[in-house]
Design a binder for this molecule. Structure first.
Ligand code: F6R
Length: 604
């Protein structure tokens, strides 16, 4: 939430900052702004393009900071847009996070005669830094931060010494990019890829001073830290559209490649086993596990629910699944036979981080399924598995969700083989998982029908998704995708739940998307479709190839290939993602940047 980008070097800063912001736009697009010390402070409401349109003449200056905002404190107005400045207007700050004690700090500053122009918590920090400035920006920032309660990732620059940027982190990600012709600061390494793959991640409580040829990292108390750059593994193509109209479509079509990357080097098909290097150090604890608690938010939570069905059925381990925003209210007792597994694409979701930390307080073993290498959660869990899905740019999660399901299959076999899963079963699952990218690749060649179906369903204002067992959480994921990308009111229910109340909603204008692959609950979901049809609701069914029963029953059918039941939810997800995408496009919406959302939810 909110993206920060800063540059100090020998090139003109403005175009570099605008390009950096564009890569970070998924983090929020309520407003954007840049500060080139001594030259310009420009802000605009709305996406980066609005800011770029305001920059009509070349701005000199080879350093600056920039920000793209997801509003928390104060409406998305120009006054509330970052960067904010101190009283003198010389010091600028771009901030991601929330300063919790900003009201008391503000009152104290007002008493000193300091005037405010915005409603934001960030401006309070800017003014505070200004009051502590006496020739050394790093010292002023450190001093101010010691007075602050809350979360922040910040980049600060001043016109007194424009060739220096101060960055600091507490709870919101900050990464430095180290390059030959200048240095960078950003909220996410993906924004740095066009410039450098050498990065330095800041930890909570650390700050950095960066100039053209040098970076230094300190603790807030002033201790100098020796941090050497790490290499980012992602390629720059991953953050470019490469001919696709939208990132969302590109990322849906990357599903086969994502499965290849998530499984690379991990499938020991001949032995029916899985190699997960990140979990090897915890093998003993994992063999003794009596309960696994999966925690995540949004799509990651639904992936966790699918994971529960997989692990319980095939690995025989009891699993509970909790929302990141609720887990923290659960009474957790120290238990050496339980582990908490957090699932997260970004590795920076505030509620998931809070859950992880609360599990750590109880000394529970903490594991992660994380996509972003070097993220907070990747670093704070005891052990884990990386998704290797590459950077996901569209706000709605698609390829990351597919990779989360894939990793859950790996984890199921990994745990299952220690708990009674036969070699034959392990081999069968892994053989089919190995073949899955090809199956999906073929399937993705024939998705034109989804476009036509989307045209029809785009005219409705409501939709209900139903599924059972593995496909109950997939129904939730389908509904989430449709609502976030198309703004159609969408709900999801386990098929059996309909008759307990929700069926009252249905009529001829309330379509039902029924997930009905031919699995062991097929007959039950067919009964649910019958119930729905009796209420005259239009039915769009997703079923496996060759199913003629459903063709007679549903108004529309999208066929998918039939695969092993543990893999079926991976396939079923794809037409739901494409449905949401094509309905959004049909409605003329910005599918990559849905309203009110941001990709990385770093506020609780
Ligand atoms: C939905 C979506 C969100 C995220 C959720 C968790 O399309 O993208 O629901 O899944 O915000 O994010 P991560 O996985 O980064 O923790």
């Amino acid at each position: 939430m909110c993206g920060i980008f800063g540059y100090v070097g020998s090139r003109t800063a403005t175009p570099i900052l605008l390009d950096g912001l564009r890569t970070l736009e998924y983090r929020g697009y309520d407003s954007a702004g840049i500060y080139i010390p001594g030259h310009a402070l420009i802000k605009a409401v709305g996406p980066i393009d609005n800011l770029a349109a305001k920059i009509t003449t070349a701005i000199p200056g080879t350093s600056g900071i920039a920000h793209t905002r997801w509003a928390t404190h104060g409406a998305p107005t120009e006054a509330n847009a970052h960067p904010h400045t101190d009283m003198s207007g010389a010091i600028g700050i771009a901030h991601n996070g929330i300063i919790e004690n900003f009201r008391e700090l503000r009152e104290g500053l007002v008493v000193q005669g300091i005037k405010f122009e915005s409603e934001t918590d960030t401006e309070v920090l800017a003014k505070l830094i200004g009051t502590f400035y006496s020739g050394n920006l790093l010292e002023a920032v450190k001093h101010a931060l010691i007075n602050v309660r809350g979360t922040y990732g910040i980049a600060v620059i001043s016109k007194y010494k424009p060739d220096e940027i101060v960055a600091a982190r507490m709870g919101s990600p900050i990464v430095l990019g180290i390059a030959a012709d200048g240095n960078f600061v950003a909220s996410d390494p993906s924004a740095l890829l066009v410039h450098t793959k050498d990065v330095v991640y800041l930890n909570d409580g650390e700050c950095a001073l960066i100039s053209k040829n040098k970076y230094q990292v300190f603790t807030l108390r002033g201790k100098k830290l020796d941090k050497t750059p790490e290499k980012v593994q992602w390629n720059v193509e991953a953050v470019q559209k490469q001919g696709y109209e939208h990132f969302m479509l590109k990322e849906i079509f990357e599903a086969p490649e994502v499965i290849v990357n998530s499984t690379r080097g991990r499938l020991l098909v001949g032995k029916g086993r899985v190699k997960l290097g990140g979990l090897e150090s915890k093998l003993k604890a994992l063999s003794n596990l009596k309960r696994l608690m999966i925690v995540g938010c949004g799509s990651a939570y639904y992936a966790g629910q699918v994971g529960r069905y997989m692990i319980e059925e095939y690995a025989g381990l009891p699993v509970e699944v909790e929302l990141g925003s609720e887990y923290r209210y659960k009474k957790n007792l120290p238990d050496k036979n339980s582990a908490v597994l957090v699932v997260t694409q970004s590795g920076e979701t505030a509620d998931t981080i809070a859950s992880l930390r609360s599990a750590k307080e109880q000394n529970l073993l903490t594991l992660g399924i994380v996509n972003v290498v070097g993220s907070t959660i990747a670093r704070e869990t005891d052990a884990g598995v990386y998704n290797h899905a590459g950077p996901e740019v569209a706000v709605a999660s698609t390829k990351a969700f597919i990779s989360q399901l894939t990793v859950f299959v790996l984890l199921t076999v990994f745990l299952g083989r220690e708990r009674g899963m036969t070699e034959a079963e392990g081999k069968q699952i892994l053989k089919e998982l190995d073949e899955l990218p090809k199956v999906l690749e073929e399937y993705l060649k024939q998705t034109d029908k989804i476009k036509a179906v989307a045209k029809k369903y785009a005219k409705y204002t409501d939709a209900m998704f139903i599924g059972r067992k593995f496909h109950s959480p997939i129904a939730s994921e389908g509904a989430l995708k449709l609502k976030e990308v198309t703004y159609i009111h969408s709900e999801a229910f386990a098929g059996g739940e309909l008759k307990h109340g929700s069926i009252a909603l249905l009529d001829k204008d309330f379509p039902v998307i029924a997930l009905a692959p031919q699995d062991d609950v097929y007959k039950k979901i067919i009964s649910n479709i019958e119930e729905v049809k009796a209420r005259k609701a239009p039915v769009l069914a997703i079923s496996t190839e060759g199913d003629m029963t459903i063709a007679d029953l549903a108004d529309d059918v999208l066929y998918i290939p039939k695969v092993h039941p543990i893999l079926q939810p991976i396939i079923t997800t794809v037409p739901l993602q494409l449905l949401a995408y094509y309905v959004g496009v049909e409605k003329g919406l910005n599918v990559d940047r849905p309203r009110n959302l941001a990709k990385s939810v770093t506020v609780e």
